[in-house]
Ligand binder design. Sequence first.
Ligand code: HSE
Length: 441
Amino acid sequence: MVAPLRIGLAGVGTVGAAVMRLIESQRALLKARTGRGIEVVAVCARKARKKRDVDISRVRFLADPLALATDRGIDVFVELMGGEGDPARAAVAAALAAGRPVVTANKALIARHGTALAATAETNGVALNFEAAVGGAIPIVKTLREGMAGSSYARVYGILNGTCNYILTRMQEEGLSFADCLKDAQRLGYAEANPAFDVDGHDTAQKLAILASIAFGTRVNPDAVYVEGISSIAPQDLDAAAQLGYRIKLLGVAVRTAKGIEQRVHPTMVPRESAIAQVMGVTNAVTIDAEGIERITLVGPGAGGAATAAAVVADIGDIARGLRVAPFGRPTAKLAASRKAPMQRHEGGYYIRLAAVDRPGTFAAIARHLAAQGISLESIVQHRAGERAHGGEDPRSPAAPAPVILITYATTEDAVRRALQAIQRQGVVAGRPQLIRIERD
Ligand code: HSE
């Protein structure tokens, strides 16, 4: 009989406790599927005694993650502490160097040090599995790396942050403020300890960097991602988008272009009928455009203890089965450097919202500056000053400038920015224009 696989678990927070419960409740199923028992034999946490949703009194307790990582009594080191630096980095590196396979849910660690850690795993002939780092329970890492290993990817894009999608959904559906929605996301345990990390797009960028590396064979590098968050999105943008047949999502997009792999995170208008536009609330989704096959979209829970634990336990199951693949889908020596795509050369359609000064000649000036940059318009919506985009009078600002919404055909970011600068210089708009990129199918 094969001896059970002994797990050392570092971090017994929401995810760690959920992993322990899942291993316990699915004991027989996991054994039937992997051919081997799986047991948590030791844990490491900041505090031994703390109110937890799981009983850790029957397993060994270590205070030092590094000691657990290299402990001879474990077969697999599971890192659920989080954070891109030490102790997570040092503990994972030590476990791999000691020939222990590692499972981690730590997106920050993998985004920042993934290539180096994968090289250590390779040298020592052990697995480094991180399915839970991206998209919670959605098996997107395995899908790109193994399930579609025969496909050439053109574009991978998705909703990779539950907090942002939850906020945008509630703002759109209930007309709530950004701040109230964020508070609820924190209360429900979706947001990071520092929610700026979610709403400013950095969480999405780390996850995108990991997916881009697997899809396009580049060294994982979060600094190669252009990042913009959702805090500038106003209820009137969500209204206007709906009116024009779009929804606004925070997307991470990795796309092959003639100039290289472009990686970007920003609020994005997506056609209302697209699969990604249907994804609401804390749910995540990733769409894969691969050559020669119809588009595939995977949708599922992207945050929370149970969703993340499902992916962690599946990764442990792979090790129990004796599976080991190159963490980024090819040997690290074959991964190419990744460079930050210059966004001024980005090509696509744009949503522009201007607060136009209500006087003759304003529209002519706007049109002239757009034409001067060769920008062609697909839609124009102008409301009377003081009128809301979705109809009705705005009681708060009867004398406000008139909102003008423009949707452009494909153009370059450089052209749009030049046109907007010229329009602002001419004094025909108030405040800063709002600019949202459009991602088409
Ligand atoms: N804060 C993250 C989110 C948790 O909102 O998606 C999962 O990485």
